[in-house]
Design a protein. Structure first.
Lengths: 256, 127
């Protein structure tokens, strides 16, 4: 159901202000969403003054700097810091992306950092993605084949190229949490990330379960809640195109 | 536990893209068009009741509210039609690249105004 306003316990308050104590002449204000599960308070926005003279180029570097030098209580997910693991997906400057690949020089003015949109917050910048993972499981993202060959399962160059733009997905959830349809129907609509994965297995020439897969996904809510808003494609930090993948599923269903 | 956890902000903080702007406008004009078509039907039914009624409606369309209604309706239909053409191309599998979709989105927005002016000019030349 469309609910524009945030629930009462999610209304954001003004938080603390951390003044710079390095005396730097190159300061940027960074506003970070904070929520502490150990008390009953509403989420708040803390503002940090960060010395940019001693800060590497990415937004994740700013967060690391805040955690290491200003406020160790800040919680966020990160791991590889090279845009491969998808852990540090968050909303920066109103757009979803990976903090480790987003340059802070691209952002004008104060830097606003929020968790991925429309998720239950576990702490600070960490959102709960368990529904998305369940949906991912529901499309059975593994090869289904009756062949039990001893050798490798060979694909033609042409068949293999169909997986380009699909296999690169790192499941960071930037696209799904950028999608208004997914915000309003997140429990039923599969969302761009999962549908892209569903398509990845539908077009795999080695998979023998294509018909079943298509049948399973052909549902008013699961698939057709996509209205081509294109927020997913605009958000993807890997430059993939979930909107196109979803349209390809729709086209396959319409023509089969 | 889940009720205690807050919901992270969504539409409040997410920046607008051309594509999302055209998408929401497509929906809004769609709903407006239902009302417009209903009004047009009522108007036609009303005309059947006699020439005096024609006069009343004609005079109403001469007022500022009436003129706004006409221009607004023409724009709403123009926008919906152009945006629907964009959707037809999408359904065929074309135009999903970010650049292409931005261009077609801008074309829909500007095109709707150009079409509106075009139709109003035709109307004025006929009267």
């Amino acid at each position: 159901m469309v609910q524009i306003n945030l629930p009462k316990n999610s209304k954001i308050q003004k938080g603390k202000y951390y003044k710079d104590n390095t005396g730097s002449n190159n300061i940027r204000k960074v506003n970070v969403y904070r929520w502490d599960p150990s008390n009953e308070e509403n989420p708040r926005i803390d503002t940090y003054e960060v010395d940019m003279n001693n800060c590497p180029s990415k937004v994740l570097d700013i967060l690391n700097k805040i955690k290491n030098e200003i406020d160790p209580s800040l919680a966020y997910r990160r791991s590889c810091s090279h845009g491969v693991c998808g852990s540090c997906a968050m909303n920066m400057d109103g757009k979803n992306g990976l903090a480790c690949t987003k340059s802070h020089s691209e952002i004008k003015g104060d830097i606003n950092i929020y968790p991925l949109p429309h998720l239950k917050v576990l702490k600070d910048l960490i959102g709960d993605l368990s529904i998305l993972y369940k949906q991912y499981e529901s499309v059975e993202p593994w090869l289904k084949t009756s062949k039990k060959s001893e050798k490798e399962n060979i694909q033609s160059m042409e068949d293999r190229s169909k997986l380009d733009g699909l296999y690169e997905c790192i499941m960071c959830a930037c696209c799904s949490t950028a999608c208004p349809s997914y915000w309003w129907n997140g429990e039923k609509y599969l969302g761009p990330a999962v549908l892209l994965q569903a398509y990845r297995w539908i077009v795999d020439s080695r998979d023998e379960d294509r018909k079943e897969r298509l049948k399973k996904v052909a549902d008013e809510l699961k698939l057709y809640r996509c209205h081509t808003i294109m927020n997913c494609t605009n958000a993807c930090p890997k430059g993939l195109n979930p909107a196109k993948a979803i349209a390809s599923i729709k086209k396959m269903l319409a023509t089969s | 536990m889940k009720d205690k956890n807050p919901l992270s902000p969504h539409i409040q903080i997410y920046s607008w893209h051309i594509s999302s702007l055209v998408s929401i406008s497509h929906r809004i004009t769609g709903i407006i068009n239902i009302f417009i078509i209903t009004l047009v039907c009522c108007w036609l039914a009303y005309l059947l009741l006699g020439s005096k009624n024609y006069e009343i409606i004609f005079n109403f369309f001469g007022t500022y509210i009436g003129k706004f209604l006409i221009v607004g309706s023409v724009w709403s239909f123009s926008f919906q039609a152009l945006s629907e053409i964009r959707h037809l191309f999408w359904d065929l599998g074309f135009g999903f690249e970010i650049k292409t979709s931005n261009i077609t989105g801008v074309l829909v927005i500007f095109g709707s105004f150009i079409l509106t002016i075009f139709f109003i000019l035709i109307k004025n030349s006929l009267l």
